[in-house]
Design a protein. Sequence first.
Length: 424
Amino acid sequence: MSETFYGSDFDALQAFDPDIAGVLLSELARLRGGLQLIASENMSSPQVLTALGSTLSNKYAEGYPGRRYYGGCAEVDKAENLAIERCTALFGAEHANVQPHSGASANQAVYGAFMSPGDTFLAMSLPHGGHLTHGAKVSFSGRWFNAVHYGVDKDTEDIDYDEVERLAKAHHPKVILAGGSAIPRLIDFARFRAIADEVGAILWVDAAHFIGLVAGKAIPSPVPYADVVSFTTHKVLRGPRSGGIICTAEHAAAIDKAVFPLMQGGPQMHTIAAKAVNFKECATPEYADYARQVIANAKVLAATLGEHGIRPTTGGTDTHLSLHDLQPVLVTGMEAEARCDAAGITLNKNAIPFDPQKPNVASGIRVGTPFVTSQGMGSEEMTIVGDLIARAVTTGSSDPDDAVSKDIRGQVTELIGRFPAYAR
Ligand SMILES: *Cc1c(COP(=O)(O)O)cnc(C)c1O
C-alpha cells in the first residue's frame, strides 16, 4: 500500500469490530461462491472501491465546485470537476450533475426541477417494466404527482408507442418518462422525442439500467433526444453505488438547484471521486469490449433458456437483461428464485407483462449478464449457465440439501472456479 494513502484498513476493522469484519468477509465469499445474475448488479473495480474507502468521506462540500458553503474544498473540487468533465465527455452531454446519491435521488431531483405537486407525467407502468420511482403509489412519485402509465403491446410485449402517443395527447403531461427496470429491448428515443414535441412535454429518459451500454457505445444514446437523462452508476456502468443526471445546457441551472438544495444536503465526495474513476474506466477500449460482450452474453443466455421452454418475453433481448415467462414450465417466479438460490445461482423473480400472479409471487424471472461478463465469462459459458438455470428451475428444489441442488451447485463451483470474482 502507498505510504501516503490513509483509507480502507481491514486489519484495523477486524481488530476493533470482528462482527462487521465478518460480514464483509462472508459477503465477499458469497459473491465469489455463486453465479451473480441480478441484472442491476455488477463488480466494481478495486480502484473504485479504494476511492470509496477514503478520507474524502469526511468532507462537507454543500454547493458546487468553486461555490461551496464550506472552506477547505479545493481538493474535493478537483474530484468533482474531473467527474463532471469525464461524464460530459463520455456521453457527449452539455451538462452533468454528479451529486445524486442514488438513482432514486436523481429521479427526485428531476421531478423537483420540472414539476410541482399535482402535475401530470407519463411513464411506463411498474408491472410492465417501469420503476417504483415512476409513479408507483407507494413512492413519493405516485403520491405527490399525477402519474399516467403506458405499458407494452400484448403481442410484441414491447413498448406500445401508439398508446404513449394517445395518452400524451389525452393528458398533456408536463414530462414524458422513458426507461425502466425490466425492458429487454432498445427504446425508440426518436419516437418518444416526437411525441414529447407534439404535446410540448419535457422528455426524460431514466437510463439507470442501460447507461453502461451507452457509455460503451454498444447501444444508441438517449442524449441527442432527451432533455434530461437520469442514471445510476452501479449497474452495467460498474461504478460506485450512486447516481447522476445529464441534461441540455437549457436545463442545467434547474437540475443543479433541484439536486442541491431542493433534495439533498452535502454531496458524498468519496463517491463522487469513485464516479470520476469509473467514468475514466468507461472511456477505455476495454470497457467498450465489455459492453458489447454483456449484450452478446445476454442474447445467448436468453436463447438458451428459451430452448428449455423458459420463454424470453419479446422473443429475446437487445440489452444486458432478459425477462422470462415461466408459465410454460409451470413454475412461479418465487419458486424459481428459491430453487436457483439453493443451487448457488442468484437471480430475481419478476412480474412479466399481463402477469396473472401477485408481484411477490410473479410468473417470471429476470436475468442479467453485467456481473458474469465482468468475471470474464463469454458466450460459451452462457450456454452452461442457461442449462444450469433451466435445470434448477424445472427439476430443482428450494432445499439446498436436495441432491439436485447439490449437483448443480457443484457445477456452478466448477464454472466460477475458472472465472474467479475479485481474484487476488
Ligand atoms: C435501479 C433503478 C432506479 C433506482 O436506483 P437506486 O440507486 O436503487 O435508487 C431508478 N430507476 C430505474 C429505472 C432503475 O432501474
